[in-house]
Design a protein around this ligand. Structure first.
Ligand code: BF8
Ligand code: SF4
Length: 635
């Protein structure tokens, strides 16, 4: 049934067209995989050495250990550590690419500039650097040096980016557990070592190692990447645009940016604007750049570029027949894209040495040739427009207005219109008095195992009704944008009375003439660091441990290793973190209990697994109320 695939009306409209056009989608391939392996789903399959694969029989009288003697507890935690370390590696790799860009930009060796000196100074101050009397280039180089010192650290010194930015109370907890990372690369290497055959066989030790990877992700991945990107491209401020497939324009060259690192997509946006005339000469009205996944979020936040769709509908976007080129960099790019594109005129363009696809055109993108590569890509999209078959074009008429761009700086900016001296006060006062019951961050992906966007949207509607303020990133933000939860009308329709009153008052004070949206779009997945910064700022303001705040997180439809590592970081921050898709851990009862209960005694946070949206909302509300009660706040 189509309706079980997605709740996005644009996707539902195009699925029959996909079938007619002979396109095989992610949903078809998911069906072909049924039934999926039960051992793998429970996490009790091990392929860590060539004596295997081994699998544990979690229910019957089959083997209780692998050939080497590893138990279900060991196999499950070893697999989990590997997932989380892979997620951390993806974000750390992303972050250091941008560190390198800042270095070369500051040296004047590439055509990128430092767009946000104020952010640079804030970052430098946090790192304890002197800022007075330094040019922005010199200060940037000092900041870069600290980032490089973290990956060059071969001693026991903790990661400086973490020490400078994490709440003090949290650092004390992590130190007591011995999980403060020293050097992101070394920690990831150590994790890869720790999971090999004949290494760690203590599930508790493996779970602590997993928590350490969460910290690597949080500070040397997410936080570092966001800091660098804001310095290079600017800190987001509120922007208004639209989301969903209806943003595509039939008479324009449609060029999609897809992936994650804004180094490429920023250049594409720039050159698409410069080359509008060439598109007009080719018979189009102009060039429209729009975005998928986190590349979409990045250029939305800083440039107001419209959002096309999220992870699960990346193929469906091509089925519109109106996409002339889709350019990708790294992460979350389905290998099927070239196959789908072969049914249309769409050009798939890969750009990175570690992401190539047979059937795509590869335009190598480097920091040094960024402008040339971007121009070439824009021109390829114009040429492809000339090959478009108008009979194959169908753009669903669905799009929603959205307000995005809510960096912490932007949120504080809006709040300072109410209280310029203590900008956090209006937010915190309203949390304390119960007008805002709590804050929930919804993050992460789509996952084909569940109806696209359903869990995100249903969970959030339930939370809003109960006066919980929601902040969102990643594909969750896309889902909520498409559902009309990121505009003032969304506040009128879905926010509980006291939440609505607060959002209306802030919206009026900030001169919007309308309420703030009930869900604040805080950016891409690396921008989960912004949520961490907000939580840290509130905790500092109240002088309490972040683990005590009435704050929770949810990755309702997670699929990627990165989502698991972000979730692990949230747990280390002391935050209850809901997962709406069951991760492969249930094959060990002891480990499941540790992750969902035991961890909270040790670290303050825990995972909460619930696949039903209503029940998940109830569970999160219960968690928030319990935290309020502990703080002596009315609930
Ligand atoms: O980094 S939410 S599907 S696009 S992993 Fe991927 Fe998941 Fe989307 Fe952004 Ni994040
Ligand atoms: Fe089997 Fe042990 Fe090898 Fe894993 S490490 S495949 S459980 S023998």
């Amino acid at each position: 049934m189509e309706s079980q695939k997605s709740i996005d009306p644009a996707v539902l409209e195009l699925l029959p067209k996909a079938a007619l056009d002979g396109v095989e989608t992610v949903w078809d391939r998911h069906e072909a995989q049924q039934p999926q392996c039960g051992f793998g789903s429970l996490g009790v399959c091990c392929r860590h050495c060539l004596q295997g694969p081994c699998r544990i029989d979690p229910f019957g009288n089959g083997p209780k250990t692998g050939i080497c003697g590893a138990s279900a507890d060991v196999i499950v935690t070893r697999n989990l550590l590997m997932h989380v370390a892979a997620g951390a590696a993806a974000h750390v790799d992303h972050a250091y690419e941008v560190v390198e860009a800042l270095e070369l930009a500051a040296k004047g060796e590439i055509n990128y500039s430092i767009a946000d000196e104020n952010k640079l100074q804030q970052v430098a101050k946090r790192l304890g650097l002197e800022i007075v009397g330094k040019s922005k280039e010199d200060l940037a180089l000092e900041v870069v040096e600290v980032a490089y010192a973290d990956i060059a650290n071969h001693g026991k010194k903790p990661v400086q980016w973490l020490m400078a930015n994490a709440p003090k109370e949290r650092i004390a907890v992590w130190e007591s557990l011995g999980i403060v990372p020293r050097n992101p690369d070394r920690e990831i290497r150590e994790a890869m070592h720790q999971v090999t055959m004949g290494m760690d066989a203590d599930p508790v030790n493996l779970v602590l190692a997993t928590a350490k990877q969460g910290l690597v992700d949080g500070y040397s991945g997410l936080k570092l990447a966001t800091d660098m990107q804001d310095i290079l491209f600017g800190t987001p401020a509120p922007v208004v645009t639209e989301a969903n497939l209806g943003v595509l324009k039939e008479d324009y060259v449609n060029l999609i940016v897809h992936g994650h690192v804004p180094l490429l997509s920023e250049k594409i946006v720039y050159w698409a604007d410069k080359l509008q005339d060439e598109a007009r000469l080719a018979g189009a009205q102009g060039i429209l750049v729009s975005g998928i996944c986190c590349s979409g979020n990045e250029v939305l936040m800083r440039k107001g570029i419209p959002l096309v769709t999220n992870f699960l509908a990346q193929e469906i976007a091509i089925v519109t027949g109106a996409i002339d080129a889709m350019v990708v960099d790294v992460q979350c790019i389905m290998p099927s894209l070239t196959q789908v594109a072969s049914c249309y005129h769409t050009e798939i363009i890969t750009t990175m040495p570690i992401v190539k696809m047979p059937g795509a055109t590869h335009v190598p993108f480097t920091l040094e040739n960024a402008d040339e590569a971007a121009q070439e890509i824009v021109r390829m999209s114009i040429t492809a427009y000339g090959r478009r078959n108008p009979h194959k074009v169908k753009i669903p008429n669905y799009k929603r207005k959205i307000m995005a761009g809510f960096s912490v700086e932007a949120i504080i900016g809006a709040l300072s219109t109410v209280d310029p001296v203590q900008p956090l006060k209006p937010l915190v006062d309203n949390i304390v008095n119960g007008n805002i019951l709590g804050v929930v961050a919804t993050v992460g992906c789509n996952n084909v195992q569940v109806t696209q966007d359903l869990l995100h949207v249903e969970l959030v509607k339930e939370l809003l009704k109960n006066n919980v303020l929601v902040v969102a990133t990643g594909c969750s933000a896309h889902a909520l944008a498409k559902a009309g939860l990121m505009n003032s009308e969304g506040t009128e329709a879905y926010a509980g009375e006291s939440l609505k009153a607060v959002l209306t008052a802030i919206g009026q004070a900030a001169g919007l003439g309308a309420p703030l949206p009930p869900v604040l779009h805080m950016g891409s997945c690396v921008d989960n660091s912004r949520i961490g910064d907000l939580v840290t700022a509130i905790a500092e303001y109240l002088n309490v441990d972040s683990a005590l705040l009435p704050v929770a997180a949810s990755a309702p439809e997670l699929q990627h290793d990165k989502a698991l590592s972000i979730g692990t970081w949230a747990v280390t921050m002391g935050i209850t973190t809901h997962l709406g898709v069951v991760p492969p851990v249930l094959g060990s009862k002891a480990v499941t209990k540790l992750l969902t209960q035991g961890l909270s005694d040790v670290i303050g946070g825990k995972f909460y697994i619930e696949t039903d949206a209503k029940k998940a909302a109830e569970g999160l509300l219960e968690d928030i109320r319990a935290k309020r009660k502990k703080l002596g706040l009315p609930s």
